[in-house]
Ligand binder design. Sequence first.
Ligand code: BLA
Length: 313
Amino acid sequence: LASFSSGSSLNYTLNSNNNKLRGQRVRLITCSYNKFIDFALNQTKLHTHLVPSPLQDSYKCMTALDGKTELQMISFQAPKIRLLRSFSFEVSGVNQVLDFAVFPEPEFDLPIFCANFYSAANTNIVVLDLNPLYDVISNKDYKDKYFKKLIPLGLKYAELLPWGGKITSESMRFFSPIVIWTKFSSSQDNHNVLYSAFMEYYKAWLELMDQAEEEIDVSRISCNQKAQHRYLTWREQKDPGHQLLKKLVGETGAKDLMRNFLFHGVKELGSNTFLDYFPEYKSEDGTVNLKRSIIGKSYENRPWDEKGDFIGR
Ligand code: BLA
């Protein structure tokens, strides 16, 4: 029954095989991701001066190969923001996707804001996080700098949006102690909780941005840049959205979108290759192993404790 429409919830006469429901006026579960994007842009404008990114000229709106799905893309930059970009689409009544990210300038060691929502029929797959630039398992200073204050926020939503179960193990190194990794069935309540989580996490990120001070030490700027490049390289190669993107825009189109829009910076911020960063993915013939995971899936339960310490292994 879950269906989505742009705009707020509307009344709809169900054309269902279910006798009980046929002909009844039922409130549809609506969750257009447009309101998430509007919220984020409006909030950002309260904190900084956004200007359109040069990418905006080439990546705006695009019709998928099916001739009807509209892919929406927007991109901006601001003094501390190298790239704020959003990618979303909706196949009416089938599925809906939001990939919203904010990448800081290399002069800042700010986390990367990351909201990835995938909804189909009755499942919703969610990753919402302030992805740390540095390893928060071994680097306590970095963890404390950005996440100590946010642990209560994380705990609140860890309860409302329970851990989604086993996950590609390699992904954990890009997640923070307050990551929301969850799956849920579609209901208005669940979508409302997701929207409030998105708002609170985004406001938290903007506060961090306000406070962030520009790094002037060139070697530290270069470390930040390399860390961001490694992150982009990972996602450009292994993001779970690839298959669906290929279906929508073809292999070449998907590659172009990932390299030049979604993970823009992968060409500009460094020259290391995927295998330089992640040599465990090297297959016998020297190419990148196409498997998403080498280790496999793990972390059945949330691997962070109440203090934000990593308890998985
Ligand atoms: C599933 N998306 C997932 C999963 C994760 C993420 C963890 C569960 C499967 C797994 O364990 O790998 C998201 N993984 C992330 C993120 C990071 C990461 C954000 O490592 C960051 C470091 N998702 C999208 C887009 C699409 C999409 C744009 O963001 C489609 C165009 C689809 N995600 C998508 C689909 C699934 C999924 C279809 C379920 C299918 C699958 O597991 O392959």
